[in-house]
Design a protein around this ligand. Structure first.
Ligand code: ZN
Length: 582
């Protein structure tokens, strides 16, 4: 069944590529030894393409972090700004600002209304259960180095090929695709449907899936570099205290088990524990040590596979997840966020130096972005006098059931509220659509819950209608028929959707997932092969990354909502590719 689905996905791509691809399978011709006249055919040889595409996604990196903290950077982030193209006003044009959705958008060049990854997890009407965006009943996860793996994951729910899929398919097999992240939903969606190695972290183990290949060198690396060697290490401030903005102790932080609210943070697990436990792995994922480990994994894969030396264009992606864990716990106005970025900047500097040494400066192209931003901790925001708070989803659910009582609906009427999507039990929403009084009662009652801004019905979003309302348009760009909910709750700005009960002692931490700019605005930075240095103020979206990389690599994407960021591309690069029909 899975094979069939893959065929459907690739069948679409096959229809759109011409017979020209057959010739791509013949061995590449070496470039002429001297600076002689280049024919169109020679221009198609490997030297006219980047040797490696590197995609880096920093989970939860707000667009404004660049302006706020760039003076603290000296490594890779600084180099991206100094040498690359910086799109200051990049933002997701949709409402579902979550990890799986953002990574899928970056990797495919399509919006969730097209690629179908509408959330990290959604209510599956067929199985009447929650499914994660990567769960695949036909795949089996495998752990490296005697670790433990559960379940099965792949990209089969992603309804279009990723850029990496198309790159590999259209280059005739010369492309290797390798991705890493702490999260399955990042590593998998960045790679796409097939790949040479897709690796993520699962409760102390490095894991891949039967949907992808597994690499013997990974086994060796994980064995010789056990994470346990980071046990009892300390996350200290990298800069002097005066370099940090905001308060030393972040207000409203949800401090992880075993840590104090301020630096230093010891990776010692639970208080009193004397060996690596669950709390240790949580601390590790929330510390710069995890980013460093991912960088080492990427460098090792580069060396072991000889990425960038295949004669084709290889693909390497890293989803750096630590910033998201840190941001949920400490919020955007914390020293922890700033220090994570300072250290990541150093790691990326090292990664680029490694790429320079192995592949050659200018021979690879880098795209860096984020999957979403984050809202300030509500209690912190309230200090500024602004209306902010926590919208309690269990309250919404309870009130909908109550509102339907006088109309004689079977309980429970609501099957699940997942993210901001309300899913009714089978048949209930169809009945509501023909029962205006009951529908009005439901909508009014949702609007009465503190923190609710608007409610949309599925019929208002289907088919991505033309609208003047940016919120409705963002909701429609996230809407995928059959997968999305029946109703959509939009919180007021600075209100955080919370699954906590009202009687919960006190809410802490923060999150994302709304159609507001603090969740949508992310950095987009390009650097290297074919990219001009510059700062761009025009509005773009992260869906523009894949079409741009495709253009640089001479690859055609079947479906895309994004566009080629031609304003940042060198003319010589854009002109070096022969037309498809040459
Ligand atoms: Zn998150």
């Amino acid at each position: 069944m899975k094979l069939k689905l893959h065929l459907v996905v690739f069948g679409l791509a096959t229809l759109l590529v011409t017979a020209k691809n057959c010739s791509a399978q013949t061995p590449h011709v070496a470039p002429p030894p001297h600076n002689s006249y280049r024919t169109a055919k020679e221009a198609a040889a490997p030297s006219s393409r980047p040797k490696l595409v590197v995609v880096l996604v920093i989970d939860q990196m707000r667009g404004d972090y660049v302006d706020k903290f760039r003076s603290q950077w000296t490594g890779g982030l600084k180099r991206l700004l100094d040498e690359g193209a910086w799109f200051r006003e990049a933002a997701y044009p949709y409402a579902a600002t979550e990890t799986c959705v953002g990574h899928s958008t970056i990797s495919t060049g399509a919006l969730p209304a097209t690629h179908g990854m509408v959330a990290n997890a959604w209510w599956d009407r067929d199985s009447q259960s929650m499914v994660t965006c990567t769960s695949d009943p036909n795949a089996k996860n495998v752990a490296y180095a005697d670790g433990a793996a559960t379940g099965g994951d792949s990209a089969w729910r992603m309804r279009v090929p990723a850029f990496a899929d198309e790159l590999r398919f259209q280059s005739g097999g010369a492309t290797r695709v390798v991705t890493f992240s702490l999260k399955a939903r990042a590593a998998i969606t960045l790679a796409g449907h097939k790949a040479d190695a897709v690796t993520w972290f699962d409760h102390g183990s490095w894991v891949s899936s039967s949907a992808y290949g597994s690499m013997p060198f990974m086994e060796d690396f994980v064995k010789t570099h056990p994470m346990k060697s980071d046990y009892k290490k300390t996350w200290r401030l990298s800069l002097s205290k005066t370099a940090y903005v905001y308060d030393e102790k972040a207000l409203g932080a949800e401090v992880p088990e075993g840590w104090e609210p301020t630096f230093p943070h010891v990776l010692g697990g639970k208080a009193g524990s004397d060996q690596p436990d669950e709390a240790f792995y949580n601390q590790w994922e929330m510390s710069p040590f995890a980013d460093k480990y991912l960088t080492k994994l990427a460098e090792n894969a580069l060396d072991q596979l000889g990425l960038g030396k295949s004669g084709g264009t290889d693909f390497l992606a890293v989803g750096y997840s630590t910033l998201d864990h840190v941001g949920h716990a400490f919020g955007p106005r914390s020293w922890e966020i700033q220090d994570t970025l300072v250290q990541l900047d150093r790691d990326l500097g090292e990664l680029f130096a490694h790429l320079d040494a192995k592949i050659g400066r200018g021979n690879y192209v880098v795209a860096l972005s984020a999957d979403h931003g984050v809202v300030p901790v509500p209690e912190d925001m309230q200090k500024s006098g602004v209306d902010a708070g926590r919208l309690r989803i269990p309250d919404v659910q309870e009130k909908i059931e109550k509102a339907l009582e006088p109309f004689g609906y079977t309980k429970p009427a609501v099957a699940r509220i997942a993210s901001s999507d309300v899913y009714f039990s089978t048949g209930t929403y169809d009945k509501l659509k023909t029962d205006p009084a009951a529908m009005r009662a439901v909508l009014d009652t949702i609007r009465s819950v503190p923190g609710v801004g608007e409610v949309f019905r599925a019929e208002e979003l289907q088919g991505r209608p033309a609208t003047q309302s940016p919120i409705r348009m963002a909701e429609a760009n996230s809407y995928f028929d059959g997968r999305s909910g029946d109703l959509f709750i939009v919180p007021k700005p600075y209100w955080l959707m919370s699954s906590g009960r009202p009687d919960k002692t006190r809410d802490r931490g923060t999150g994302h997932g709304t159609p507001y700019n603090y969740d949508q605005h992310v950095p987009v930075l390009l650097m290297g092969w074919g990219v001009e240095h510059g700062e761009f103020f025009g509005p773009i979206t992260p869906a523009d990354i894949a079409p741009t990389l495709a253009s640089l690599c001479g690859v055609t994407l079947a479906t895309r909502d994004g566009r080629v960021l031609a304003e940042a591309l060198k003319k010589s690069a854009t002109l070096s590719h022969p037309r498809e029909d040459n």
